[in-house]
Design a protein around this ligand. Structure first.
Ligand SMILES: [Fe+2]
Length: 483
């Protein structure tokens, strides 16, 4: 059995398995894991065997993902309680959950707009109310169609109460996503995420991935932080409708660097051991073709006593990223900061990349412009800020404009780059010695897909409608600009 490690950020000490894409085995009760075979006729301790397939049975061996679960009751138990559409749209049962995940109907509510966009920090809507994770997600961008397993979704979330206990009747809410994998980037408040596979804490500065199909519950790690003072959990999410996130190739960098495999942490087996929890009726929510469906379940889904396999949720501390960059002149492309990638249709072109701009030493020479260059890209670039400032956006009065919890979008071939104030300041900066950028942690969801914007993205109060004016003042200096 793999030896796990303790997390430094947990309300109770959680144990994790280390290593990206590894095969692990884990048991929360001694002797629960069958030895020597996957599906014995007599399963230890009266458990049921269930395989969870994350790739087609026939996927190439190095891409094949599946996990064997040994559980007190199989997932099919309780499904005689049928799913019905959330939102009350079919008139059968009232629901506090939206009909469509993220609130945008992808067939009618999403619009194309090539303009550069920027948004302030995502607020908690419905102030004075308790909002759970599912209710607090807003679709910003989308491309493709989950039913065709093509494209991506980009979301923000803001919520102030746990999924546990927040169903209409006070039951616990649990969810699984038939559409794709979620990559969650907390910006404010640490999350306590329970899954069939085990439990994770995910704090700002960390990310987690919850693969397609795994039942999960998103709670707030320290709910007392969000009790009465109006504070709430906030963050970003990207969803991929096909494939899974992988580590990028390293090429000439060699066999180490960027996000190292050993730093990805997977939960260890955990089950509801108290009868009162294990047999508690709950609500299972299924995201299926972007629509939400719910059904009651007579027992907790968290009854996996042991498992083995390689289809698992995981988390990663962005502070562990080993950044590589130029030590002579110029910048490599920002792909040098890729943490995770998901394959696209073209060789070498990602459906989605998750890229960070971490604190790092800038060691280029005195004639290198250190912020990002002016740029037009074949990819869609969505950026967010976890804390601090971003070095290419000073704003007209030094206030920045690109704020923690906010976001920006530069779509395919939309020009962008440092704003006028940043450009001017950095042209004047002699850059005659290495400096350490420690001012913030920004990230980018980059995709080869052209994305449409939701009505929420286009019309919300935090959209900065004069964003593009930050490039006003980049006046013609040719041929007279002073050296
Ligand atoms: Fe760019």
């Amino acid at each position: 059995m793999c030896v796990g490690s303790k997390s430094s950020c947990s309300k109770e000490e959680l144990t994790y398995h280390h290593g990206f894409g590894n095969h692990f085995e884990s048991e929360a009760y001694p002797g629960a894991l069958p030895q020597g075979r996957n599906n014995p006729r007599i399963v230890p301790l009266g458990l049921y065997t269930e395989q969870l397939s994350g790739t087609a049975f026939t996927a190439p061996r190095n891409e094949n993902r599946r996990t064997w679960l040994y559980r007190a009751q199989p997932s099919v138990s309780g499904t005689s309680n049928s799913f019905y559409a959330c939102g009350g749209s079919d008139g059968t049962v009232s629901s506090s959950l939206p009909e469509i995940f993220g609130g945008a109907d992808w067939s009618t509510d999403m619009k194309l707009d090539p303009n550069p966009m920027r948004w302030g920090a995502t607020p908690l809507l419905r102030s004075g109310e308790r909002v759970n994770f599912i209710q607090g997600v807003h679709t910003l961008l989308g491309s493709g169609d989950a039913t065709c397993k093509s494209g991506i979704g980009i979301y923000v979330y803001a919520f102030n109460t746990n999924m546990s206990g927040s169903a209409s009747g006070g039951e616990d809410l649990h969810m699984y996503n038939s559409d794709g994998d979620f990559l969650i980037v907390p910006q404010q408040e640490a999350l306590w995420i329970q899954t069939e596979i085990g439990r994770l804490t995910v704090a700002p500065g960390e990310i987690c991935v919850i693969p397609r199909g795994i039942v999960f519950t998103v709670n707030i790690l320290n709910p007392e932080n969000t009790a009465e003072d109006g504070s709430f959990a906030r963050g970003y999410m990207m969803e991929i409708f096909r494939g899974h996130f992988m580590l990028p190739e390293l090429g000439p960098i060699g066999s180490n660097g960027l996000a190292n495999s050993r730093d990805f942490l997977h939960p260890t087996a955990h089950y509801e051991s108290e009868d009162s929890q294990a047999n508690k009726s709950c609500i299972i929510v299924n995201k299926f073709g972007q629509h939400l469906f719910q059904r009651s379940n007579p027992h907790s889904p968290y009854n996996v006593v042991a498992w083995h396999g390689n289809y698992l949720p995981y988390k990663y501390d962005l502070g562990r990223f080993c950044a590589v960059n130029s030590v002579t002149y110029d910048h490599p492309d920002p792909s040098i900061y890729t943490v995770l990638t998901a394959k696209g249709d073209e060789n070498g072109t990602a459906l989605a990349d998750f890229v960070i701009f971490p604190p790092r030493v800038m060691a280029t020479d005195q004639n290198t412009f250190r912020p990002p260059w002016f740029h037009r890209n074949v990819m869609t670039e969505f950026m967010g800020l976890i804390y601090g400032k971003y070095d290419a956006k000073k704003g007209k009065n030094g206030s920045g404009g690109f704020v923690p919890g906010g976001a920006s979008l530069h779509s395919i071939m939309t020009p962008h780059g440092p704003d006028a104030a940043s450009y001017d300041a950095n042209v004047k900066n002699p850059c005659d010695e290495p400096t350490k950028f420690e001012g913030g942690l920004a990230f980018m969801f980059e995709s080869s897909a052209m994305c449409k914007l939701s009505q929420y993205a286009l019309n919300c109060e935090q959209r900065e409608r004069d964003y593009a004016s930050c490039w006003d003042g980049l006046d013609r200096a040719f041929p007279t600009r002073a050296e």
